[in-house]
Design a protein around this ligand. Structure first.
Ligand code: UD1
Ligand code: MG
Length: 454
């Protein structure tokens, strides 16, 4: 990689009218992260010295999102959207004193790969301005690259193009790289005398050539420059992300019988030899260690699954769930903000929230940690080798000591010391013969009723 420092400018002020949304376009999510984060992550491959986001529509929300990804990112305001050159110019003051390469990305073009960005920066060593282009299957309304050999002479926007220019299939991705000094000098010369009445950033190419500067285009795969302008594009971007991530997971040694049915987040981490069964959904911040198995139709977010653990089918792990090695979580079990220690089992129809469960404890079917009193949340602490009988209600805050037991159907409201048995349910009353007599009487009654109707 080049030793010249890089600054990243991401244009993200546009409204995104075609999204038909109250949310700024760049905050729509792909794989659980705003599009803007994907664009910032793409740019991060260049280890930028500075990052400037140009925000306009929904600027406060865009600023907040940008700074979640990178607290050092500078966010500048473009009050009126007068075009991409006008937007890029807003970054000039923020880059005061910066003397390296500036690379301009669009916030709605989230998938530019690191190799492509490195190629652009490498080309910058020999050219004053480098533009990223692509061969378009359908050039549609993209700006067209007017080339003479390897020299990029100018870029013409679709609206301003002649018939001959519209026939060009080599298009502008919007990504552009130049030295900071050159870039802002060139931008200052851009006018809005064109069909759209906008300040076009691509016009810096023609201006650079007029000054005798060398300009070239680096080409990439069209999939990388995929721009999101509508919900249809957003769904396509999601599908593209998922397809790539599934392949990566398979290549890393993760087994999936039906990869097309598994949904990943931008940050899902899975160890080799883990098995992910069909129809599993990963929300953000999930790590699954080697050899774990996530069975079909499970939903995981914000959790860690250690090696050898088995989850599901039909399990839901919510944020703050920590499963130690060899834990078993079965069907229709929901776990939130809880640590389950090694070898513990929570196998059927259970809710565990704000709790810890010790080693090798067994939680019976239908157990509920009653963690919420309507105002506050309370913790349930269960020790090691505890046996919780089926259908136990653990009314938190409550602690169950090591090797204690609760009787099936108990409502446990006070702490149970180690080794004790807690029985907290009504005593059984058995009345000999009563059941049959009662049933016979009911049948009799029914018979008389039907006779009365005839
Ligand atoms: C732009 C390019 C076109 C290229 C295409 C690739 C221009 C004039 N044209 O067209 O050559 O083929 O991208 O997708 O640059 N933005 C601002 N402020 C503005 C205007 C835009 O921040 O005043 C931002 C938008 O939020 C968006 C990006 O710049 O992230 C691109 O703007 P957009 O209006 O989508 O440009 P295109 O018409 O797609
Ligand atoms: Mg666009």
């Amino acid at each position: 990689m080049s030793s010249v420092p890089t600054a990243l400018v991401i244009l993200a002020a546009g409204q995104g009218t075609r999204m038909k949304s109250d949310l700024p376009k760049v905050l729509h999510e792909i794989a659980g992260a705003p599009m803007l984060h994907h664009a910032m992550q793409a740019g991060a491959a260049l280890a930028p010295e500075r990052t400037v986001i140009v925000a306009g529509h929904g600027a406060d929300a865009v600023r907040a999102a940008a700074q979640i990804y990178d607290p050092d990112a500078q966010v500048v305001l473009q009050e009126e959207q007068l075009g991409t050159a006008h937007a890029a110019r807003r970054a000039e003051a923020a880059l005061d004193g910066f003397d390296g390469n500036v690379i301009v990305l669009f916030g709605d073009t989230p998938f530019i790969g690191p190799e492509t960005l490195e190629k652009i920066v490498a080309a910058r060593a020999n050219h004053a301005v480098v533009v990223l282009g692509f061969e378009a299957a359908d050039p549609a309304r993209y700006g067209r690259l007017v080339m003479d050999g390897d020299t990029l002479e100018r870029i013409v926007e679709f609206k301003d193009a002649t018939e001959a220019e519209r026939a060009i299939t080599r298009c502008n991705s919007g990504v552009l790289c130049a030295g900071a000094h050159d870039l802002f000098n060139l931008i200052a010369g851009v006018t809005n005398e064109n069909a759209a009445g906008e300040y076009y950033l691509p016009d810096v190419v023609g201006l650079a050539r007029a000054r005798g500067l060398s300009v070239t285009a680096v080409l990439c795969d069209e999939a990388e420059t995929l721009g999101v302008n509508s919900r249809i594009d957003l769904a396509a971007a999601e599908a593209g992300f998922q397809a790539r991530r599934r392949l990566e997971m398979l290549e890393l040694g993760v087994t999936m019988q039906a990869p097309d049915t598994v949904q990943f987040s931008f940050d899902t981490w899975i160890g080799r030899d883990a098995v992910i069964e069909p129809n599993v959904v990963f929300g953000p911040e999930v790590t699954v260690e080697t050899g774990a198995r996530i069975r079909a139709f499970s939903h995981l977010e914000g959790c860690h699954v250690s090696r050898g653990a088995i989850v599901g089918p039909y399990a839901r792990l919510r944020p703050g769930t920590e499963l130690a090695e060899d834990v078993r979580i079965g069907n229709f079990v929901e776990i939130k903000n809880a640590e389950i220690a090694e070898g513990a089992k929570v196998n059927h129809l259970t809710y565990i929230g704000d709790a810890s469960i010790g080693e090798k404890s067994n939680i019976g079917a239908g157990t509920v940690t009653c963690n919420y009193d309507g105002v506050f949340k309370h913790r349930t602490v269960i020790g090691n080798r505890v046996f919780i009988g089926s259908d136990t209600m653990l009314v938190a805050p409550v602690t169950i000591g090591d090797e204690a037991m609760t009787a099936t159907g108990s409502v446990v409201t006070t702490d149970v010391p180690a080794g004790a048995l807690a029985v907290a349910r009504a005593k059984q009353v058995t009345k000999p013969g009563f059941g049959k007599r009662f049933m016979d009487r009911l049948k009799d009654l029914k018979q008389k009723k039907t006779e009365g109707q005839n």
